[in-house]
Design a binder for this molecule. Structure first.
Ligand code: S3P
Length: 170
């Protein structure tokens, strides 16, 4: 099918944006893009390596370029890395031109998931549970600017996908 607007999934690390985006894309036969995947492919480095060797600023610049390019050019499903939507330019462009959906979970669920794969998440690497909780609370203030919010707690992947289809009348 064809979307008349991009569909953007936002939310914290480990909120399932990439998994849900990919499954939804398959289900509806719509192209799916993941900003982190594109960044890794283009720079031929893993995200952790970019943070280590080039620094977070360089990563955020790459992220901004790739996210804005996707937002402006494609009619697709896009998963934004957890920090991307915090950037005002990306957020404004996404809200103006796309349907934005926040995949929201209880803090504890996100913290437990992050802790399982902390090594892959440079932003979370040196944070304890309390600091992670504060990060979630602070970021949620901006995530809440998305047009739609799905409280995913206790929902299966299929239920989340069905909910998106219903919300957007796809
Ligand atoms: C980040 C989230 C990551 C990745 C990078 C920074 C963040 O993406 O972009 O490690 O600042 O929240 P996911 O949300 O896909 O884990």
């Amino acid at each position: 099918m064809k979307l008349n607007k991009n569909l953007i999934l936002i939310g914290m690390m480990a909120s399932g944006k990439s998994t849900i985006g990919r499954l939804l894309g398959k289900r509806l036969n719509i192209k799916f893009f993941d900003t982190d995947f594109i960044i890794e492919k283009k720079s031929k480095m893993k995200i952790t390596e970019i943070f280590e060797k080039k620094g977070e600023n360089k990563f955020r610049n790459l992220e901004k370029k790739i996210a804005l390019n996707l937002i402006n050019n494609k009619q697709s499903i896009i998963s934004l890395g957890g920090g991307a939507y915090l950037n005002k330019k990306i957020r404004d462009a996404a809200n103006k031109k796309c349907n934005t959906i926040w995949l929201n979970w209880n803090s504890k669920t996100i913290i437990d998931r992050i802790n399982k794969k902390k090594i892959k998440r440079p932003v979370a690497l040196n944070l304890n549970d309390n600091e992670l909780k504060n990060l979630i609370i602070n970021r949620s203030k901006l995530y809440s600017k998305a047009q739609y919010k799905i409280n995913c707690e206790n929902m299966t992947k299929t239920e989340i996908i069905e909910k998106i289809i219903k919300i957007l009348n796809l």
